[in-house]
Design a protein around this ligand. Structure first.
Ligand code: 28F
Length: 634
């Protein structure tokens, strides 16, 4: 154990810079920076415990919540004079930056604190700080204000025992809010008691009038048990794998595979939580992975037809990893990721052989662990297959490649969702505004849709409007149509009530019938019935789909009630969104025509004659049926 005397201190520089730029030394002056002051003093006490000289540490949060006392029963900071600076070692520790034995190489036995900047930073940033040392049968005290000693150490008289006690009140001119958080302090003390087995850590909260003692003779094993209990995790094997190594760095590891909780590594470096992981955790994962794979290979436990992935090995693994290194490099925004490259190989080469040895000498537990890992692999492969199936089904419909002009609805993919294919951008605009965004999607199509009667699938898909429609529908096209992938419960054609609108609707129906036949036969295709006329009679408003209905409404309601006001809509785009909603979109008030395919042969011929290239056939068809069509309108 290196034994220090005052001469070991390297005197570096004054404390002025610390007060000028505190953020450089403690990261910031918010609550985190404030608590770093506490961690620094605490870690000096923990250092004494780690070096085996202290066995109890007490932290008292005073009534005002703005000052703390930390004490240990270690050797007590020396008070003998420092040969060069004529000051006591005690004063140097609290007034010289980077003082203290921490910077001596080879001694990793340091809690590191805020990366070992020493107690002098705390002193500089405290309105008042007083240190009491018990040593050589006597008690000494020295007081400081903002880093300046208020006199030499004063002998207070005889004292039993040894140790160091530090009281400090952070400077409110530096910290906007001087308020310690009892829960944060408590948590840190509890962790310290787990990481340093056997050390008695006491937390006195004067404000809450509580006193808690943390002491764990089996250290991080107890910590692991506490984590498992809190997570409600069931161990997959009876006892944890525990490792303690002390060669050039100190490594403590306790880990257990479990059911019912995700992989969780709680890691610490020099007592500082490394929530963002780092090279030590990479070393742990590497060591565990290799040891498990070697064991599986050696014992011929490789499962048939399933490959084990790293994630399968880690699934359910809960570990506490505590590492002490001489010169930790922390990275990241909150300085909670370890960067030391040597930590990876150091942890890996410590864990791998030890775990392999443990597995081979605890075969029943090893087999339970391997069984659990194989189960994880099978479950992963099964769920991956299922995911692929779902992904394939929705491949064309994943949101990434939906057409830009589709205004989708949140219920897409559910039966109660609807896609309105709307003719024209202005109508599309009104529909977008008037619709129920949860369940109604709008796809505006510009101008005349391609007449696909004689077009091949590839030609159809060259047409932007139609390929956008295919993408929006999401169920493929032609012989690949898979109606289970249809992204909407209903497909509704919304075209103007005039002849142009009818033409568009016919072209769309031709396309749907020719290239998405299952949609038609499944009764998924509808025609919206927007009104052609608004008829105001007195206070009443009526809507007419066409001239016939207009005549009927006037016949029935206008008699002797003044002159009705009739508005004819030039197009959907001219309709106020609210009117469009009430008359055409709202499922409660609208009228939809479901497109049924009564007979494929007839339909096929009709479409061909109507939409095909043969104009004479079309002419003949229309003339023959004009009479019939008129009857339909009745
Ligand atoms: C409440 C906070 O700071 N405890 C400490 C010691 C003990 C020694 C020490 C500290 C050697 C000369 C630089 C004692 N005897 N608790 C604490 N306990 N620092 S801090 O030495 C510091 C160096 O000054 C100590 C023999 N060697 C070391």
């Amino acid at each position: 154990m290196p034994s220090y005397t005052a001469k070991d201190i390297t005197v570096l520089e004054g404390l002025e810079p610390v007060r000028k730029r505190p953020g450089m030394y403690i990261g910031g002056v918010g609550s985190t920076g404030l608590h770093h002051l506490a961690w620094e003093i605490l870690d000096n006490a923990v250092d004494e415990a780690m070096n085996g000289f202290a066995s109890a540490i007490t932290v008292t949060l005073h009534e005002d919540g703005a000052s703390l006392t930390v004490s240990d029963d270690g050797r007590g900071i020396p008070v003998d004079k420092h040969p060069k600076s004529r000051k006591s070692a005690l004063e140097v520790v609290f007034t010289v930056l980077h003082a203290g034995g921490k910077f001596e190489h080879g001694s990793y036995k340091t809690a590191g604190g805020l990366h070992g900047v020493g107690a002098s930073v705390v002193c500089a940033l405290s309105k008042e700080l007083s240190v009491t040392v018990k040593r050589d049968g006597e008690q000494w005290e020295q007081r400081f204000k903002q880093g300046v000693a208020q006199g030499p150490p004063k002998k207070l008289g005889p004292a039993r025992g040894t140790g160091t006690t530090v009281f400090f009140r952070p400077d409110a001119t530096i910290f906007p809010k001087v308020e310690f958080d009892a829960a944060v302090i408590r948590e840190r003390l509890e962790v310290a008691s787990y990481l340093h087995k056997g050390v008695k850590v006491v937390f006195e909260d004067e404000g809450a009038r509580t006193r808690e003692v943390f002491q764990h003779d089996d250290g991080i094993e107890a910590y692991l048990r506490a984590i498992l209990a809190a997570a409600g995790a069931r161990p997959s094997h009876e006892s944890a794998f525990v490792l303690a190594r002390d060669n050039g760095m100190r490594l403590d590891l306790a880990m257990q595979w479990t059911e019912g909780t995700d992989e969780q590594i709680r890691s610490y470096v020099n007592g500082i939580p490394t929530g963002s992981g780092g090279t030590h955790e990479h070393g742990l994962r590497a060591g565990v992975g290799k040891a498990i794979r070697n064991f599986i290979d050696t014992h011929g436990l490789t499962p048939k037809g399933v490959t084990i992935a790293a994630e399968d090995i880690r699934e359910g693994l809960v570990a506490v990893l505590s590492l002490f290194v001489a010169e930790p490099q922390f990275q990241g925004q909150t300085k909670d990721r370890l960067n030391n490259p040597e930590a990876l190989s150091a942890v890996d080469s410590a864990v791998r052989p030890a775990l392999e040895h443990w597995l081979n000498h605890n075969l029943s537990m090893a087999e339970a662990i391997v069984a659990r890992i194989i189960l994880a692999a099978r479950a992963r492969e099964a769920s991956r297959a299922a995911q692929q199936e779902v992904a394939r089904k929705n491949a064309t419909s994943n949101r990434l490649n939906l057409p830009g002009k589709l205004s989708d609805c949140s219920a897409a993919g559910r039966d109660d969702s609807e896609l309105f294919i709307v003719e024209g951008d202005s109508a599309g605009g009104s529909a977008k505004q008037g619709r129920d965004r949860a369940r109604q999607a709008i796809l505006p199509l510009r101008g005349k849709v391609l007449n696909v009667e004689s077009a091949s699938v590839s030609k159809v898909l060259e047409n932007k409007e139609l390929s956008d429609l295919v993408t929006a529908l999401g169920c493929g096209i032609g012989k690949h149509v898979d109606i289970t992938r249809l992204r909407y419960g209903r497909v509704i054609i919304l075209a103007d009530a005039d002849s142009d609108g009818n033409h568009i609707a016919t072209l769309l129906l031709t396309f749907l019938y020719r290239h998405l036949t299952p949609l038609m036969t499944a009764g998924k295709v509808f025609l919206a019935q927007p009104p052609l006329y608004r008829i105001d009679i007195g206070k009443e408003t009526h809507w007419a789909l066409d001239d016939v209905q207009k005549a009927q409404i006037l016949e029935r309601h206008a008699k002797g009630r003044g002159t009705p006001e009739i508005t004819r809509f030039k197009g959907l785009g001219e309709m106020m969104p609210k009117v469009l909603w009430e008359t055409t979109l709202n499922p409660k008030t609208r009228r939809l025509l479901r497109v049924e395919v009564a007979d494929h042969i007839v339909t096929d011929r009709v479409i061909n004659e109507l939409m095909g290239k043969d104009a004479s056939a079309r002419f003949r068809f229309i003339m023959e049926r004009a009479e019939e069509a008129r009857e339909l309108d009745v």
